[in-house]
Unconditional design. Structure first.
Length: 261
């Protein structure tokens, strides 16, 4: 297990080093959902969504008005809608983040979906909208490849655990596995007019002799370069290794992909 952790560390550092810090893009918005006759037809790829965005910003009376046609909001493990509110762009106004999922044919929003054997799970995405202070919202981003689909949690089932806004950043959490459990957390923050991955946590443990509280875990602050690696020996004695690998170029949310982590 220790070898696995250090292999993941080296792989993750290689990914971050290879990423380019591209020219920052301006925030863009799309036409609101079904209450507006000019509904945006969102496809499964984020690039298609960008092609449909107007150059002139548009607003909506509610952040969920930006739900693409044929998509609905997701619920977390507690049964609550997977969305969170908080100030994300430091203007003193509440913004909103939500996990959305494409509805299956014949499925209505809020209705529990089914999946036949061999059928792919519908895609999910992270939607973030900024509040304008007058009751309207402006869409900031719809990011794919951030939220695991409901068939990617192993025997545990749907791996999506929670979405929250903490200290001005968006935190996405997953949990899954079987006898071997795993979890991850990714933190994104709006800075320099774009969204970036600023923190990452991975952990795993064997349910036969451990629990999440004493899992082997890696935690990285990508802004400062600081990291903490937590491990346990055969007797359950915990050791922590702290260090600083130096600051690296950050990964943009629009380019983030869970499979690369």
């Amino acid at each position: 297990m220790k070898k696995t952790i250090y292999v993941i560390v080296l792989f993750f550092l290689g990914i971050l080093t290879a990423c380019d810090h591209e020219q920052l893009e301006n925030n863009k918005t799309v036409t609101p959902k079904t209450t507006n006759p000019n509904t945006a037809n969102y496809q499964s790829e984020a690039s298609n969504e960008k092609n449909q965005v107007e150059d002139s910003p548009q607003t909506a009376n509610g952040p969920l008005s930006f739900l693409p046609e044929g998509w609905g909001t997701l619920e977390d493990t507690e049964g609550y809608a997977a969305h969170a509110e908080g100030d994300l762009n430091k203007d003193g106004i509440n913004d909103m983040a939500a996990v959305i999922e494409r509805l299956q044919e014949g499925q209505e929003e809020g209705q529990e979906e089914g999946q036949e054997e061999g059928e792919e799970a519908p895609p999910r995405a992270l939607l973030i909208a900024f509040g304008n202070g007058d009751g309207t919202y402006t869409l900031s981003i719809i990011a794919e490849n951030v939220i695991l689909n409901r068939d990617e949690g192993g025997i545990w089932g749907d791996p999506f655990e929670s979405l929250s806004i903490e200290r001005g950043s968006v935190l996405v959490s997953h949990y899954g596995g079987s006898n071997w459990r795993w979890y991850n957390k990714y933190r994104f923050r709006f800075q320099e007019n774009d969204w970036y991955l600023i923190g990452a946590t991975w952990g795993s443990y064997y349910t036969g002799n451990a629990a999440k509280d004493n899992a082997e875990e890696e935690d990285y602050n990508l802004l400062t370069g600081e990291f903490i690696i937590k491990q346990s020996d055969e007797n359950g004695k915990e050791t922590r290794t702290k260090g600083n690998r130096g600051r690296r170029k950050l990964v943009k949310l629009s380019e983030f992909h869970l499979e690369d982590m």
